[in-house]
Design a protein around this ligand. Sequence first.
Ligand SMILES: [Zn+2]
Length: 117
Amino acid sequence: MRSMHKEPTAQQAKDIKVIARFTEVWCAGQLHSNQQQITVYPGMQPLTLCPECAAFLEYAAKKRLHCPLEAEKPTCRRCRIHCYAPQQRTLVKQIMAWSGKRMILRGRLDYLWHYFF
Ligand SMILES: [Zn+2]
């Protein structure tokens, strides 16, 4: 089990949990293989992700933990910086769109409600 060392703030932990959940739905739904349990910060509920998705989530979590706009943070979607590199930015859009649709179909509107509104 791998873990980052930095303790997140409550808001950071919440945001990371959202992207983690979307990534987990994506990973399982895309039938990725070699999944293992990972956490990205201490005390987090472990997630089941393949190595590629785990690497993506660590990237996303690291970006969130080092966000330079912490004080004025809007949702990442509305951010004026867009700190992701092009490759990860493309991937996160795919993940959010695909998993978001999945969660709507499964009635997991609570997640979307918190994230998008
Ligand atoms: Zn995966």
